[in-house]
Design a protein around this ligand. Structure first.
Ligand SMILES: [Zn+2]
Ligand SMILES: [Zn+2]
Length: 96
């Protein structure tokens, strides 16, 4: 999966890690220890994936240690898998 996107992916991951270091309370279940960043407004609907105002902490694949939910996965399961795929191939999106 590695490729020419590595640099931007790396910067994005670093920014997300810093974001979670500041605030790790999941916006979906309200418990701490969130380990992924959710986009409040869907990127597939035109939100800027790099806009931190649109970021919110959420529990990813490891799930919430308090309630056991995998909040971000539960959420993205609803609008079909296309929403997840768009995150990795957003080259088509060049802004409004
Ligand atoms: Zn959660
Ligand atoms: Zn929870």
């Amino acid at each position: 999966m590695a490729g020419r996107k590595d640099l931007t992916q790396y910067g994005y991951r670093k920014a997300r890690a810093a974001f979670l270091a500041d605030n790790d309370v999941c916006h979906l279940c309200g418990h701490p220890a969130a380990d992924t960043v959710d986009h409040v407004h869907a990127v597939s609907r035109g939100a800027n994936p790099a806009d931190r105002d649109n970021w919110a902490p959420a529990h990813g694949v490891k799930g919430c240690p308090t309630c056991g939910r995998k909040c971000n996965s539960e959420k993205s399961n609803k609008p079909a898998t296309a929403a997840v795929r768009l995150n990795t191939s957003r080259d088509w999106y060049a802004g409004p």
